[in-house]
Design a protein around this ligand. Structure first.
Ligand SMILES: CC(C)(COP(=O)(O)OP(=O)(O)OC[C@H]1O[C@@H](n2cnc3c(N)ncnc32)[C@H](O)[C@@H]1OP(=O)(O)O)[C@@H](O)C(=O)NCCC(=O)NCCS
Length: 193
């Protein structure tokens, strides 16, 4: 599959490039990545080079995982990353620490979900989100992007080494806006004021 550019009101989502390695290396030193993500830890420049030079292009080529750089403008610095795995249409994301709290990730996650459900990945009825239990920032992004929390019996995510699991929060987004979506988060996030 050819990489796809998605535009939103404030953002341009496009292909992460080898030239983004400095930014990716710097952002991935963030201690909260150790807790909430499965990105390598400690994270080195070699990890960024392999991610940008091999992993991302291979994901697009095989359509197994589609990964976008979040930028303000074409050719601008990478601010964060959002991806969708073909299996289960699972969305994942992170934002560089200095760019958080401005609603950019919510905007990017909503746009990618709408693109998937609009036929970007054929035959997608839902987009799936999960996060390690307690990841309030990620849950707020999922709520803002229109996801509805679900509570399956065995809700887990794999640990970084892939050998264990951690309790997780799950949510889905469907093609039609779900009127129950907003209230489904009240139990963990409280009602939005
Ligand atoms: C989760 C993350 C992507 C949010 O990025 P962001 O750019 O701040 O997202 P937005 O600006 O769209 O914020 C959405 C909401 O989350 C809140 N938020 C963001 N980070 C938060 C945090 N660490 N703790 C609590 N709330 C947070 C924002 O205040 C905002 O709240 P609101 O809806 O009440 O206004 C970012 O904190 C991050 O990269 N975290 C580490 C990686 C990670 O956990 N990724 C998700 C893995 S499942």
């Amino acid at each position: 599959m050819q990489p796809v550019v998605i535009r939103t009101a404030r953002l341009r989502l496009d292909l992460p490039l080898p030239g983004d390695a400095d930014a990716v290396t710097a952002y991935c030193q963030d201690p909260i990545f150790e807790r909430w993500l499965t990105t390598p830890w400690p994270y080195t420049r070699e990890h960024a080079d392999a991610f940008l030079g091999t992993y991302v292009p291979a994901g697009w080529a095989t359509a197994s995982e589609l990964t976008w750089a979040i930028r303000a403008v074409e050719g601008g610095p990478l601010l964060g990353v959002v991806s969708v795995r073909e299996t289960q249409r699972e969305i994942g994301f992170w934002m560089g620490a200095e760019h958080r709290g401005a609603g950019r990730m919510s905007e990017a996650a909503a746009a990618v979900s709408e693109w998937v459900l609009g036929g970007g990945i054929p035959e997608s009825a839902t987009v799936f989100w999960r996060a390690v239990e307690g990841n309030i920032g990620s849950a707020k992004v999922a709520r803002a992007a229109g996801f509805r929390r679900i509570e399956p019996e065995h809700a887990t995510v794999p640990t970084r080494d892939g050998e264990g699991t951690l309790p997780a929060w799950y949510a889905v987004r469907e093609r039609e806006a779900d009127p129950r979506a907003e209230a489904s988060w009240d139990g963990i996030l409280g009602a939005r004021s």
